[in-house]
Design a protein around this ligand. Structure first.
Ligand SMILES: [Zn+2]
Length: 303
Protein backbone atom coordinates (compact mmCIF):
# COMPACT_ATOMS: atom_id res chain seq x y z
CA UNK A 1 0.00 0.00 0.00
CA UNK A 2 1.30 3.45 -0.89
CA UNK A 3 -0.16 6.75 0.29
CA UNK A 4 0.88 9.91 -1.51
CA UNK A 5 1.41 12.36 1.37
CA UNK A 6 1.23 15.50 -0.77
CA UNK A 7 -0.50 16.25 -4.03
CA UNK A 8 -2.81 18.84 -5.51
CA UNK A 9 -5.91 18.71 -7.55
CA UNK A 10 -6.16 20.98 -10.49
CA UNK A 11 -9.15 21.56 -12.69
CA UNK A 12 -9.92 24.89 -14.20
CA UNK A 13 -11.78 26.14 -17.17
CA UNK A 14 -9.27 26.45 -20.02
CA UNK A 15 -6.46 25.14 -17.85
CA UNK A 16 -4.89 23.17 -20.65
CA UNK A 17 -5.03 26.22 -22.88
CA UNK A 18 -3.43 28.54 -20.34
CA UNK A 19 -0.88 26.11 -18.92
CA UNK A 20 -0.29 23.37 -21.44
CA UNK A 21 1.78 21.29 -19.03
CA UNK A 22 -0.79 21.22 -16.25
CA UNK A 23 -2.62 17.98 -15.55
CA UNK A 24 -6.25 17.66 -14.59
CA UNK A 25 -8.11 15.44 -12.13
CA UNK A 26 -8.28 12.50 -14.53
CA UNK A 27 -4.49 12.68 -15.02
CA UNK A 28 -4.04 12.53 -11.24
CA UNK A 29 -6.30 9.46 -11.01
CA UNK A 30 -4.40 7.79 -13.86
CA UNK A 31 -0.97 8.38 -12.34
CA UNK A 32 -2.07 7.11 -8.91
CA UNK A 33 -3.51 3.96 -10.52
CA UNK A 34 -0.44 3.37 -12.68
CA UNK A 35 1.83 3.33 -9.64
CA UNK A 36 -0.49 1.44 -7.29
CA UNK A 37 -0.93 4.43 -5.03
CA UNK A 38 -4.16 3.78 -3.14
CA UNK A 39 -4.65 7.04 -1.29
CA UNK A 40 -3.51 10.64 -1.68
CA UNK A 41 -3.51 13.62 0.66
CA UNK A 42 -4.75 16.37 -1.57
CA UNK A 43 -5.30 20.11 -1.32
CA UNK A 44 -6.35 22.71 -3.88
CA UNK A 45 -3.46 24.08 -5.87
CA UNK A 46 -2.63 27.31 -4.00
CA UNK A 47 -0.93 29.27 -6.77
CA UNK A 48 -3.78 29.90 -9.15
CA UNK A 49 -6.69 28.58 -7.18
CA UNK A 50 -9.16 25.87 -7.95
CA UNK A 51 -12.47 26.62 -9.50
CA UNK A 52 -14.80 23.89 -10.58
CA UNK A 53 -18.38 23.94 -11.70
CA UNK A 54 -18.73 27.56 -10.68
CA UNK A 55 -21.83 28.08 -12.80
CA UNK A 56 -23.66 25.36 -10.93
CA UNK A 57 -22.78 26.68 -7.49
CA UNK A 58 -25.98 27.89 -5.86
CA UNK A 59 -26.34 31.57 -5.15
CA UNK A 60 -26.64 30.91 -1.46
CA UNK A 61 -23.48 28.84 -1.39
CA UNK A 62 -21.53 31.44 -3.35
CA UNK A 63 -22.63 34.22 -1.01
CA UNK A 64 -21.54 32.21 2.01
CA UNK A 65 -18.06 31.54 0.73
CA UNK A 66 -17.40 34.68 -1.28
CA UNK A 67 -14.52 36.74 0.03
CA UNK A 68 -13.45 34.06 2.44
CA UNK A 69 -9.91 33.03 1.52
CA UNK A 70 -9.87 29.73 -0.36
CA UNK A 71 -13.60 29.30 0.27
CA UNK A 72 -14.30 28.47 -3.36
CA UNK A 73 -11.17 26.33 -3.74
CA UNK A 74 -11.91 24.14 -0.75
CA UNK A 75 -15.50 23.53 -1.91
CA UNK A 76 -14.33 22.80 -5.45
CA UNK A 77 -12.01 20.11 -4.14
CA UNK A 78 -14.95 18.31 -2.54
CA UNK A 79 -17.04 18.64 -5.68
CA UNK A 80 -14.29 17.16 -7.82
CA UNK A 81 -13.96 14.29 -5.41
CA UNK A 82 -17.66 13.52 -5.85
CA UNK A 83 -17.76 14.19 -9.59
CA UNK A 84 -14.91 11.78 -10.29
CA UNK A 85 -16.12 9.28 -7.70
CA UNK A 86 -12.77 9.17 -5.93
CA UNK A 87 -13.93 9.49 -2.32
CA UNK A 88 -12.06 6.31 -1.41
CA UNK A 89 -8.78 7.68 -2.81
CA UNK A 90 -8.64 11.37 -1.97
CA UNK A 91 -7.94 12.64 1.54
CA UNK A 92 -8.84 16.36 1.34
CA UNK A 93 -6.82 18.94 3.27
CA UNK A 94 -8.26 22.46 3.43
CA UNK A 95 -6.03 25.41 2.70
CA UNK A 96 -6.19 28.09 5.38
CA UNK A 97 -4.93 31.64 4.92
CA UNK A 98 -3.54 33.07 8.17
CA UNK A 99 -3.79 36.70 7.02
CA UNK A 100 -7.52 37.40 7.31
CA UNK A 101 -10.99 36.13 8.19
CA UNK A 102 -9.56 33.29 10.21
CA UNK A 103 -12.74 32.80 12.25
CA UNK A 104 -14.82 32.54 9.07
CA UNK A 105 -12.41 30.01 7.57
CA UNK A 106 -12.50 27.87 10.69
CA UNK A 107 -16.31 28.01 10.64
CA UNK A 108 -16.32 26.63 7.09
CA UNK A 109 -13.90 23.90 8.17
CA UNK A 110 -16.23 22.99 11.06
CA UNK A 111 -19.15 22.82 8.65
CA UNK A 112 -17.17 20.52 6.37
CA UNK A 113 -16.37 18.24 9.30
CA UNK A 114 -20.11 17.82 9.93
CA UNK A 115 -21.09 16.75 6.42
CA UNK A 116 -17.97 15.79 4.46
CA UNK A 117 -14.70 14.16 5.39
CA UNK A 118 -11.84 16.49 6.27
CA UNK A 119 -8.46 14.95 6.97
CA UNK A 120 -6.27 17.96 7.73
CA UNK A 121 -5.29 21.51 6.85
CA UNK A 122 -2.53 23.00 4.78
CA UNK A 123 -0.67 26.30 5.19
CA UNK A 124 1.22 27.75 2.32
CA UNK A 125 3.64 30.52 3.33
CA UNK A 126 5.31 31.33 0.03
CA UNK A 127 2.35 31.92 -2.30
CA UNK A 128 0.68 34.10 0.32
CA UNK A 129 3.98 35.57 1.53
CA UNK A 130 3.10 35.00 5.16
CA UNK A 131 5.09 34.13 8.22
CA UNK A 132 4.85 30.35 8.63
CA UNK A 133 4.87 30.76 12.41
CA UNK A 134 1.50 32.59 12.12
CA UNK A 135 -0.19 29.19 12.31
CA UNK A 136 0.31 29.45 16.07
CA UNK A 137 -2.92 31.37 16.32
CA UNK A 138 -5.48 31.29 19.18
CA UNK A 139 -8.33 30.44 16.79
CA UNK A 140 -6.54 27.89 14.63
CA UNK A 141 -4.66 25.75 17.15
CA UNK A 142 -7.60 24.95 19.50
CA UNK A 143 -9.72 24.00 16.46
CA UNK A 144 -7.05 21.59 15.15
CA UNK A 145 -6.57 20.11 18.58
CA UNK A 146 -10.30 19.52 19.17
CA UNK A 147 -10.88 18.15 15.67
CA UNK A 148 -7.69 16.05 15.87
CA UNK A 149 -6.58 17.28 12.46
CA UNK A 150 -2.98 17.12 11.22
CA UNK A 151 -1.24 20.06 9.55
CA UNK A 152 0.74 20.16 6.34
CA UNK A 153 3.22 23.06 6.25
CA UNK A 154 4.66 24.27 3.00
CA UNK A 155 7.94 25.99 3.86
CA UNK A 156 10.43 27.52 1.46
CA UNK A 157 14.02 28.71 1.37
CA UNK A 158 14.00 32.31 0.13
CA UNK A 159 12.86 34.31 3.16
CA UNK A 160 13.48 33.91 6.89
CA UNK A 161 9.76 33.83 7.66
CA UNK A 162 9.20 30.91 5.21
CA UNK A 163 11.92 28.67 6.65
CA UNK A 164 11.12 25.31 8.24
CA UNK A 165 13.23 26.19 11.28
CA UNK A 166 10.99 29.20 11.81
CA UNK A 167 7.97 27.09 12.76
CA UNK A 168 9.64 24.49 14.99
CA UNK A 169 8.95 26.24 18.29
CA UNK A 170 5.24 26.09 17.43
CA UNK A 171 5.52 22.42 16.39
CA UNK A 172 7.23 21.49 19.66
CA UNK A 173 4.80 23.58 21.71
CA UNK A 174 1.69 21.92 20.21
CA UNK A 175 2.78 18.35 20.77
CA UNK A 176 -0.80 17.06 20.55
CA UNK A 177 -1.06 18.11 16.89
CA UNK A 178 0.76 16.27 14.09
CA UNK A 179 2.74 18.40 11.64
CA UNK A 180 4.29 17.63 8.29
CA UNK A 181 7.07 19.78 6.89
CA UNK A 182 6.70 19.63 3.12
CA UNK A 183 9.46 19.27 0.56
CA UNK A 184 12.13 18.09 3.03
CA UNK A 185 12.09 21.60 4.52
CA UNK A 186 13.98 22.41 1.29
CA UNK A 187 17.07 20.93 3.00
CA UNK A 188 17.34 23.94 5.27
CA UNK A 189 20.49 23.53 7.36
CA UNK A 190 19.15 25.09 10.54
CA UNK A 191 16.10 22.83 10.48
CA UNK A 192 18.01 19.58 9.93
CA UNK A 193 20.76 20.56 12.39
CA UNK A 194 18.15 20.88 15.12
CA UNK A 195 17.32 17.18 14.71
CA UNK A 196 20.75 15.86 13.94
CA UNK A 197 21.04 13.77 17.09
CA UNK A 198 18.78 10.98 15.88
CA UNK A 199 15.84 12.51 17.66
CA UNK A 200 12.80 14.21 16.22
CA UNK A 201 9.54 15.06 18.02
CA UNK A 202 6.99 12.26 17.61
CA UNK A 203 4.46 14.75 16.16
CA UNK A 204 6.80 15.93 13.38
CA UNK A 205 6.78 14.28 9.95
CA UNK A 206 8.76 15.14 6.85
CA UNK A 207 7.22 14.93 3.41
CA UNK A 208 9.83 14.01 0.80
CA UNK A 209 7.94 15.49 -2.15
CA UNK A 210 9.11 15.86 -4.93
CA UNK A 211 12.52 14.43 -4.12
CA UNK A 212 14.04 14.46 -7.60
CA UNK A 213 12.98 18.03 -8.28
CA UNK A 214 14.13 19.52 -4.97
CA UNK A 215 17.48 17.72 -5.16
CA UNK A 216 18.03 19.03 -8.67
CA UNK A 217 17.00 22.53 -7.70
CA UNK A 218 19.33 22.51 -4.70
CA UNK A 219 22.17 21.30 -6.92
CA UNK A 220 21.58 24.21 -9.25
CA UNK A 221 21.76 26.98 -6.64
CA UNK A 222 24.55 29.45 -7.25
CA UNK A 223 23.71 32.38 -5.01
CA UNK A 224 25.49 32.60 -1.69
CA UNK A 225 22.34 33.35 0.30
CA UNK A 226 20.59 30.09 -0.57
CA UNK A 227 23.77 27.99 -0.53
CA UNK A 228 24.45 29.13 3.02
CA UNK A 229 20.93 28.18 4.07
CA UNK A 230 20.92 24.60 2.82
CA UNK A 231 22.82 21.50 3.90
CA UNK A 232 26.17 21.04 2.22
CA UNK A 233 25.57 17.61 0.65
CA UNK A 234 25.85 16.08 -2.80
CA UNK A 235 22.43 16.78 -4.31
CA UNK A 236 23.52 15.43 -7.68
CA UNK A 237 23.35 11.83 -6.49
CA UNK A 238 19.65 11.66 -5.67
CA UNK A 239 19.67 8.03 -4.57
CA UNK A 240 22.54 8.48 -2.07
CA UNK A 241 20.96 11.67 -0.81
CA UNK A 242 17.62 9.89 -0.23
CA UNK A 243 19.30 6.99 1.56
CA UNK A 244 21.22 9.33 3.83
CA UNK A 245 17.97 10.84 5.14
CA UNK A 246 16.22 7.46 5.27
CA UNK A 247 18.94 6.02 7.46
CA UNK A 248 18.45 8.66 10.12
CA UNK A 249 14.78 9.57 9.87
CA UNK A 250 12.88 6.54 8.62
CA UNK A 251 10.34 6.88 11.44
CA UNK A 252 9.39 10.39 10.28
CA UNK A 253 9.67 10.49 6.48
CA UNK A 254 6.60 10.19 4.25
CA UNK A 255 6.62 9.58 0.53
CA UNK A 256 4.91 12.42 -1.33
CA UNK A 257 4.90 13.73 -4.88
CA UNK A 258 3.58 17.35 -5.04
CA UNK A 259 1.84 16.27 -8.26
CA UNK A 260 1.11 17.99 -10.70
CA UNK A 261 4.42 19.84 -10.21
CA UNK A 262 3.02 23.25 -11.02
CA UNK A 263 6.12 24.96 -9.59
CA UNK A 264 8.42 22.64 -11.52
CA UNK A 265 6.71 21.70 -14.79
CA UNK A 266 9.90 20.15 -16.17
CA UNK A 267 9.60 17.37 -13.57
CA UNK A 268 6.37 15.82 -14.87
CA UNK A 269 8.33 12.59 -15.42
CA UNK A 270 9.46 12.28 -11.82
CA UNK A 271 6.43 10.50 -10.30
CA UNK A 272 7.84 7.18 -11.48
CA UNK A 273 11.40 8.03 -10.42
CA UNK A 274 10.24 8.91 -6.93
CA UNK A 275 8.49 5.54 -6.67
CA UNK A 276 11.64 3.86 -7.99
CA UNK A 277 13.61 5.54 -5.18
CA UNK A 278 11.31 3.79 -2.69
CA UNK A 279 11.99 0.48 -4.37
CA UNK A 280 15.70 0.80 -3.57
CA UNK A 281 14.85 0.35 0.15
CA UNK A 282 14.32 -2.82 2.14
CA UNK A 283 10.68 -3.88 2.53
CA UNK A 284 10.20 -2.70 6.10
CA UNK A 285 11.67 0.75 5.49
CA UNK A 286 9.68 1.11 2.30
CA UNK A 287 6.48 0.23 4.20
CA UNK A 288 7.26 2.83 6.86
CA UNK A 289 7.91 5.65 4.38
CA UNK A 290 5.21 4.87 1.87
CA UNK A 291 2.44 3.91 4.31
CA UNK A 292 2.97 3.47 8.06
CA UNK A 293 4.35 6.94 8.84
CA UNK A 294 1.55 8.63 6.90
CA UNK A 295 -1.02 6.65 8.90
CA UNK A 296 0.63 7.92 12.06
CA UNK A 297 0.58 11.47 10.73
CA UNK A 298 -3.10 11.25 9.79
CA UNK A 299 -4.57 9.30 12.67
CA UNK A 300 -1.82 8.50 15.18
CA UNK A 301 -2.19 4.90 14.07
CA UNK A 302 0.60 2.81 15.44
CA UNK A 303 0.85 -0.26 13.25
ZN1 LIG B 1 2.31 21.41 -2.70
Amino acid sequence: MIIDSHCHIWEYKDTKKAYSYVSNTQDLINILNTHWVQKAICSPEPHWGLSFDENNTSHEETAAINNIPYGQDNISLLKLKKAYDISNILLPFRIIDTRKKIKEQIKLAEQQLKKDPLYGVKFHCQTLDVNIADIDNPTIMPFLKDAKLPVLLHTWIRKDKWLASHVLDAVEKHAEINFSIAHMGRFEKKFWDRYDKNWMPWNLFIDTSPFYAICNLSASYKDKERLERILDINYKNTEDCFKMFVEKYKENLMRGSDYPYISYPEYQWSYKENIDLLNTLDEETKWKISYRNTLKFLWNNIV
